[in-house]
Design a protein around this ligand. Structure first.
Ligand SMILES: [Zn+2]
Length: 478
């Protein structure tokens, strides 16, 4: 058993207003009516001198106001929040950072650079790169990642000896980097509506959804007993999965109760092509094939009609906002608040890893809205913290994680409050200060499964993370 004693901690309230199953602490301002997500309420509060007791990788007790902690308790100096969930990642995109900032263009021109990087990866080089990228995430406070994975086969499209070699490489990378992973194995079959795969896309495809499901079933069985790896399903987009191939993917996810993620309406061109081919928006098409629902996460959801927003909200489909990528790729600003008010839980992802900083993603959801509307205060800091933690874990199939309470996995992140950015913050405004001013560099400690992954800003399992990133990226572009 390990005990941690936090200067300050973010205690989210559950539906009945109590934080702790053993009743040692009740968060007073709980508001169950605020919970549209089914993932706990979005209310919470900052508590001081909080003792978190852990055993077997789980939180066993949370007690607030402990002035004299037990001698063996490890002091977590700063503000401790539940571990951050990075719901949408493509690890290999990290190799593009900076390189794609020298040219004009759109998402579609950026995609050509991304394909060029993808062409160089094999299971060994991808494991090395992803280990370094996931270690960067850990240093940024991330305890769980949703890896949207479609780089399945060899560059020419042939199967590796183990058809899941690339997936195993990603799972091994997360383990080496000391974070949880939901490997969202992605069905990707076409280059567009009625369009063949191009040469770069060939390695993404299993040929059809039945063969995709057969491969993913082997992966699912391989990690059935894992504490830190889960398998989820994904439809790359309505562009990349022909409509007759959607039902087998949806059915596979439903049969095994897996999270189902999908890129949705990131680009107007996708909407236009879908409307002209199917006379439906991408959201309407997914709805017509039973792909929406509480296990589903729509990634981006940038260009939506009111009907789309209503379909996502009434089905409780989650929306993953990736604002640093959306602004980097000039995608647009998604209607996150409207989707949320309609009933969609919101979570966050760093997607293309233009930066890896979940605080930046969280505040961008609010700040983008301010720029669009010329008004402030669309989102409360606690709602954005909830998106980065509880709601994110739920979308990744870890519904018990992302909160500091007994029975939850012992995953938490401590933000230093004595850095130049955060010095002087008041405990009452710790959540607002962190959401609107913290950066990844302020993360001091990260605990996953009850053990330190990051301690005093240093990765405990991966030595020299910058050096590993430089080496892995250099190998791609040599
Ligand atoms: Zn993506």
């Amino acid at each position: 058993m390990t005990k941690f004693w936090c200067d300050l901690a973010w205690i989210s309230a559950d539906g009945n207003g109590k934080n702790s199953a053993d009743g040692r602490h009740a968060a007073e301002d709980a508001n169950a009516a605020d919970d549209k997500s089914g993932a706990g309420t979005e209310r919470g509060e900052v508590k001081s001198k909080v003792l978190i007791e852990t055993a077997g990788g789980q939180i066993s007790a949370v007690t607030c106001g402990v002035k004299n902690p037990p001698q063996e308790a490890v002091h977590l100096a700063g503000f401790t929040v539940p571990g951050l969930a990075n719901v949408h990642s493509h690890a290999f995109h990290r190799a593009l950072r900076g390189r794609t900032q020298v040219e004009q263009g759109t998402f579609w021109t950026w995609r050509e650079s991304m394909y060029a990087a993808a062409a160089h990866l094999d299971p060994d080089s991808y494991r090395d790169l992803a280990t370094a990228v996931f270690a960067e995430m850990a240093l940024a406070g991330v305890t769980a990642v949703g890896e949207f994975h479609y780089l399945h086969h060899s560059p020419k499209g042939g199967l590796y000896q183990d058809p899941n070699a690339m997936g195993h490489a990603l799972a091994a990378a997360a383990e080496a980097a000391g974070i949880r992973i939901t490997l969202l194995d992605t069905c990707y079959l076409a280059g567009g509506f009625d369009t063949e795969l191009n040469d770069a896309q060939r390695r993404f495809s299993d040929g059809d959804a039945a063969r995709w499901a057969e491969r993913v079933e082997a992966l699912r069985k391989a990690y059935a007993d894992s504490d830190t790896v889960r398998i989820g399903a994904a439809v790359h987009s309505v562009r990349a999965v022909p409509v007759d191939q959607l039902p087998p993917v949806v059915a596979f996810a439903a049969e095994h109760e897996l999270p189902l993620h999908v890129h949705l309406s990131e680009q107007r061109a996708e909407n236009d092509a879908c409307l002209s081919r199917h006379h439906k928006t991408p959201t309407e098409l997914l709805h017509a094939h039973g792909a929406l629902g509480p296990r589903t996460t729509a990634v981006h959801a940038t260009h939506l009609s009111q009907m789309d927003i209503d379909l996502l909200g009434t089905s409780a489909t989650a929306v993953c906002m990736c604002p640093t990528t959306e602004r980097d790729l000039a995608d647009g600003i998604g209607p996150a608040r409207a989707a949320h008010l309609a009933g969609s839980p919101i979570n966050l992802g760093s997607d293309s890893h233009a930066v890896i900083d979940l605080f930046e993603e969280a505040r961008a959801v609010e700040l983008d809205e301010r720029l669009r509307t010329e008004r402030r205060g669309h989102w409360r800091a606690e709602e954005l913290l909830h998106a980065a933690t509880t709601a994110g874990h739920t979308a990744l199939g870890w519904p018990a994680a992302g909160r500091l309470r007994p029975g939850a996995p012992a995953d938490f992140t401590t933000i230093a409050t004595d850095t130049v950015r955060l010095a002087g913050i008041q405990p009452a405004h710790a959540a607002e200060s962190v959401v609107f001013a913290a950066t990844a560099a302020d993360v001091r400690h990260v605990v996953v499964n009850g053990r330190f992954t990051v301690r005093d800003h240093r990765h405990e399992l991966v030595e020299d993370v910058p050096g590993k990133l430089a080496a892995a990226i250099g190998a791609i572009f040599k």
